[in-house]
Design a protein around this ligand. Sequence first.
Ligand SMILES: [Ca+2]
Ligand SMILES: [Ca+2]
Ligand SMILES: [Ca+2]
Length: 283
Amino acid sequence: MMGRVICLLLVGVLAIGAACLAVPVIVEQVLDSEPGFGLYLWFDDDFGWTHTLEDGVSPTWLFGAATLTIKANDVDSPREQDLIYADGGLLGALFGSTGTTTETTFTIADLASLVGDRAVSIFLDIDSTNGNWAVTILESVLRYRYMLPRAHVDIESLDAPVGAGGATGAPGGEVQIAILNSGAATYIGPCEVFAGLAYTTSWLPEAVTIFDTFDAGIVELVPGVPLTLTFPLAAVPPALLDLFHTRLADVWTGYEDDDPRDYVGFFVRFDGLPTVVDYLPLP
Ligand SMILES: [Ca+2]
Ligand SMILES: [Ca+2]
Ligand SMILES: [Ca+2]
């Protein structure tokens, strides 16, 4: 009980900062009222419209292919050739039949190369073979994906069973911590574990008093797959334990079901991710 209370406080203090890994964002820009839309237009009524990159999105964040879907009415293909261009490059011809509304989707393999100016100009050459055909454009939808350079990865659990001597500080003791990445993105990067007795309040002189650290090197956090870290725990300096006991007793007096002096914190830090914290009972 007490361990949970302390843990929440620490997470509140330490779980700051954005994560460094990305979750794809899907953007769908729908244009349905541009000049020329909704009008029944002929071979010499060619016109265009412009899709723009979402505000704040860098072209370098884009990945994968983009698509442009155009909804039109009365495309008498293949006799009627209504050609679509993106920034001057031919995407292809609209598809449809007499009097019906259809959607034609084109792939834009490298939208990033077109939106350095934050825009892609769409041009429609109606009835490009001048066969006396006409068409009505109803809607134009640009879809693309991008990755924020920084996004959130949620790490929801940390478990630290005590090995032989583990958190008691006995020589040769090992601690195992299992971390579960419940987010959708994979993290690959540095990981550091440290064990400490303090947190950022006025009643302890240090923000975090570390008595052991473990550099786990480069780790991979795959969504849904527990990552287990095993590391030796050095002896806890007795003087530090005394300080911890005294200070915690000062603060948590009144909780009788679970002596606050029985806990030591383990902190797992990933580069750019929230620090995760859990507690082990001390003897
Ligand atoms: Ca034309
Ligand atoms: Ca452009
Ligand atoms: Ca037509």
